[in-house]
Design a binder for this molecule. Structure first.
Ligand SMILES: Cc1cc2nc3c(=O)[nH]c(=O)nc-3n(C[C@H](O)[C@H](O)[C@H](O)COP(=O)(O)O)c2cc1C
Length: 167
């Protein structure tokens, strides 16, 4: 079925695009900033690089671009409350009172009990519509045991389960 209203159709299609929920975090030395993101993708492995789309109106946007580095923290399926806090339920530094945060050697805050933490150096920022597409090289990787991503699809949180033929 063709949806004539592109905005309506686009939103409907994006509800079908399941994504892992992450937090991006950074500090300018005085203040910590962080938001929930799903617009994240692996760009390539050589060099190891990711891209994140960040709304220009988000509180982290300007400090992120100014600092030029950040952590990408991949959330576990039991960390919905962190996703909610970092997407507006809590504001500013109070977001960092939830979960266990430490400061890396690079001075940036990372979520200790995330599935994975990628410390990234920004290579390029492409402005597109309401967002900045931030392309960044991965400079440090921390991995937790096991893989249990928090998924966002159809406006709801979900967890993954392998299909029977792959178990
Ligand atoms: C599941 C989920 C995914 C989101 N993904 C993104 C994203 O990829 N990029 C983005 O800029 N905002 C995204 N947001 C919205 C921001 O997390 C939200 O607007 C945040 O509160 C902005 O930070 P601020 O309130 O400090 O300005 C997402 C929100 C949710 C709930």
């Amino acid at each position: 079925m063709i949806i004539e209203d592109i905005q309506h159709g686009f939103r409907g299609a994006m509800r079908r695009l399941a994504s892992t929920v992450s937090l991006i975090s950074c500090s300018d030395g005085a203040e910590r900033y962080g938001i929930t993101v799903t617009a994240v993708t692996s760009v390539c492995a050589e060099p190891a690089a990711v891209l994140v789309c960040v709304n220009k109106s988000a509180s982290i946007h300007d400090p992120l671009v100014a600092e030029g580095n950040f952590y990408l923290n991949l959330l576990c399926s039991n960390q919905i409350s962190l996703s909610e806090a970092f997407s507006g339920k809590m504001k500013g530094r109070e977001r960092f009172e939830l979960g266990k945060w430490e400061t890396g050697r690079n001075g940036q805050p990372f979520l200790v009990d995330a599935q994975a933490n990628l410390f990234c150096l920004i290579d390029s920022v492409v402005h597109y519509g309401t967002h900045s597409v931030v392309i960044a090289r991965v400079k440090e990787v921390r991995l937790a045991e096991g893989i249990a991503p928090l998924i966002y699809q159809d406006g709801k949180y979900a967890a993954t389960a392998p299909l029977p033929e792959f178990t």
